[in-house]
Design a protein around this ligand. Structure first.
Ligand SMILES: Nc1ncnc2c1ncn2[C@@H]1O[C@H](COP(=O)(O)OP(=O)(O)OP(=O)(O)O)[C@@H](O)[C@H]1O
Ligand SMILES: [Mg+2]
Length: 648
């Protein structure tokens, strides 16, 4: 028996319609005024809509999703999956329950949407992304007219659902208040016999894409700006550059026609995964350049949409999960401390061992036992994140620094009614001299492997002024338990006051502080080492000059004396009888380096070594023989001054 809200009337009609051939009509409805508004569109980007459709396929245990577009026209988009499909009863439920997802509920268990024993997971064992019951209507961003063609394994029919969404007016809303249900669209359903009984899956056909969405996907504004003068638009003040890669354009404006041939980073006959790697490679090549480009500068909106979608849905990484990295891939790997003022500890990873093995992490393995492959126009998506084999930088730390952590905080101090359940997460923070594209600087939070928020460049509002360093950090937090209830309904922002959000924010800020101090310390160590070895080779070169001069002037009878400069009061202790001793104060100009930095100390040391060599050479030629020590010092001082004079 079906539970509350599962009237089953529409389901019965659908089943009857299979033999009678009658088309079932229904109204798409909800009992909540606010949810009726959802079908007016609450999502911002075309990629949001694609993200929701792919998330639904994931929740339906699909292993393959194909998104097909007619790029670069974008009149029609199809999203096809091989998931479990919508049964007549599920369809019935969906039509009557906008905003009341069956996922994670007992209805979901009855309907077979979730696992029979655990409403939180799909029958295939995936943790649900969906929870509200509105994601499907993100389609409103793209079109008012779509079809769902769906089939459940074992049934002889394929069901067609044709949906027209209404845009609400205030008048009509007021009328609906009286009736207590809000009409958000009209639905027609019919069935067609299927040849392959065992086939299953769902196809969502978006018909007649709205102009606003179409023009966005076509990058129309941009092309008009790039090609301004060709459209008779000489006055366009802000002329944009063409993206480096794009799907091409076919634009008609003011009676002019522009056809821009596509420019893609891959070849038509590359395989689907190869195509995507080449897209990632094209971006990685920007690392060598001087600028730090944004996604939108390198790609048109179509390629940017593909990229953004790849970040948002559960996929493998194009170059392996960062937790599968080993020692050779990074400069150093640290484990973050979970204590408020804690310090990170460097972890010792041997040979081929991975971070995941050593720290016993699970992100990236436990969620995809079935496999989940997503394609768009024949390109196989993967997470466009790659930190290995990047070109070396001129930065002191040439390789990236990886900080990894995991935590299951004790929230017992928060009263149970506000706690929002348990929280458990794993995370990494990556420091690298240049994050490309610049859009990746920030933190991306994944809940059940999905993310609608993408990279937050403020790192959840980190208040410490470290602008340069923050642009060099890219981080991901993999939430395993909790936080879900802090996610707003469009999945694109958080409720900041939620205790889980607050906790993660605090943890992240502590992690950033740990990363900053470690990065500073390592860079300093490297710079100091470099300086020491530079100083040593400088000294060796000078020593060669001294020895050659002494050989030339005195033969091999005499060896050059040791010249030393001593500070006042330290004379006696440091020197031996054969040393030539001068006073530092009398020879060197007053300290011109006010800062006591290691760089200025190194400069001073070099100058002192040069002055020693100078004295030694003058002695070799006998210049000092008739002079008092004071006169010798004065001469050295004059020469040192000549060579350290600065022009301004
Ligand atoms: N591709 C699909 N395959 C099978 N069932 C689907 C598919 N897309 C949607 N559904 C069904 O339609 C319902 C409504 O989808 P919708 O995305 O609106 O809500 P949800 O996924 O339950 O929650 P959320 O709003 O958080 O995404 C789903 O619960 C699911 O039962
Ligand atoms: Mg959904």
């Amino acid at each position: 028996m079906l539970g509350e809200g599962l009237s089953g009337k529409i389901a019965e009609k659908i089943i009857q319609g299979r033999t009678s051939g009658e088309v079932v009509t229904a109204r798409l409805s909800t009992s909540e005024r606010i949810l009726a508004r959802v079908t007016d569109g609450i999502y911002r980007q075309p990629s949001s809509s694609l993200r929701e459709l792919v998330a639904n396929a994931y929740d339906a245990d699909a292993t393959h999703v194909h998104i097909l577009t007619d790029a670069p026209r974008f009149q029609k988009i199809i999203v096809r999956d091989n998931g479990r499909g919508l049964s007549a009863h599920v369809l019935d439920y969906v039509i009557h329950s906008i905003g009341g997802s069956a996922k994670r509920t007992f209805s979901g268990m009855e309907l077979g949407v979730s696992d029979a024993g655990d409403p939180k997971i799909s029958p295939g064992g995936r943790r649900f992304i969906g929870k509200i019951g509105i994601g499907l209507f993100s389609i409103a961003q793209l079109t008012n007219h779509f079809q769902i063609i769906t089939k459940v394994a074992g049934e002889k029919y394929r069901t067609f659902v044709d949906i027209i969404l209404h845009t609400h007016s205030e008048d009509q809303m007021a009328e609906d208040v009286q009736r207590k249900t809000f009409d958000t669209g009209s639905v027609e359903i019919w069935s067609v016999q299927a040849e392959d009984v065992e086939a299953h899956g769902t196809e969502i056909v978006l018909i007649n894409i709205k102009n606003s969405a179409k023009e966005l996907l076509q990058s129309r504004e941009r092309w008009l700006s790039v090609k301004g003068e060709q459209f008779g638009d000489e006055l366009n003040p802000k002329k944009e550059e063409a993206p480096s890669f794009h799907i091409g354009a076919h634009i008609i404006q003011n009676g002019y026609e522009i056809i821009e041939p596509r420019r893609l980073p891959w070849a038509d006959d590359d395989n689907p995964a190869e195509k995507f790697s080449k897209l990632v490679e094209a971006m990685a090549n920007e690392l060598g350049g001087r600028t730090n480009p944004l996604l939108s500068q390198i790609f048109d909106n179509y390629l940017s949409t593909i990229w953004t979608l790849s970040l948002a849905v559960p996929l493998n990484y194009s170059d392996g999960h960062p937790f599968s990295y080993s020692k050779k891939d990074t400069a150093a790997i640290f484990q973050l401390s979970n204590k408020p003022k804690g310090h990170p500890t460097e972890i010792n990873i041997q040979g081929e061992q991975t971070i995941r093995e050593v720290l016993k992490l699970t992100a990236g393995v436990e969620n995809s036992p079935l496999g989940f492959d997503v394609f768009i126009d024949g390109i196989q998506l993967s997470r466009p994140i790659k930190f290995r084999d990047l070109p070396e930088s001129r930065n002191a730390l040439k390789k990236p620094l990886l900080m990894v952590g995991s935590h299951k905080p004790d929230l017992t101090s928060v009263p149970e009614e506000y706690r929002g359940g348990e929280l458990r997460f794993e995370a990494y923070l990556f420091w690298t001299p240049k994050v490309v594209p610049a859009d990746h600087a920030g933190v991306l939070i994944r809940i059940n492997e999905a993310s609608g928020t993408l990279f937050d460049p403020t790192f959840l509002n980190y208040q410490i002024a470290e602008l340069t360093r923050l642009r060099q950090i890219t981080a991901e937090i993999f939430v395993k338990e909790g936080l879900d209830s802090a996610l707003n309904i469009d999945r694109e922002s958080f409720n900041y006051s939620h205790p889980h959000y607050q906790y993660i924010k605090k943890w992240l800020h502590s992690a950033l502080r740990q990363l900053a101090s470690t990065q500073k310390r390592l860079s300093k160590e490297i710079r100091d080492q470099e300086r020491d070895s530079q100083l040593q080779s400088h000294r060796n070169e000078l020593q060669k000059t001294i020895e050659e001069t002494w050989m030339k002037t005195r033969g091999d009878e005499e060896i050059p004396p040791e010249v030393v400069f001593v500070e006042k009061g330290k004379q006696r202790e440091l020197t031996t009888i054969s040393d030539i001793v001068y006073s530092k104060e009398e020879v060197f100009p007053e300290r011109k380096f006010s800062r006591n930095s290691s760089a200025s100390i190194a400069e001073e040391k070099k100058l002192e070594e040069q002055a020693k060599a100078l004295a030694s050479v003058l002695i070799a030629y006998g210049i000092f023989e008739e002079m008092t020590v004071k006169e010798q010092q004065d001469l050295l001082k004059a020469i040192v001054r000549i060579f350290t004079v600065e022009s301004n």
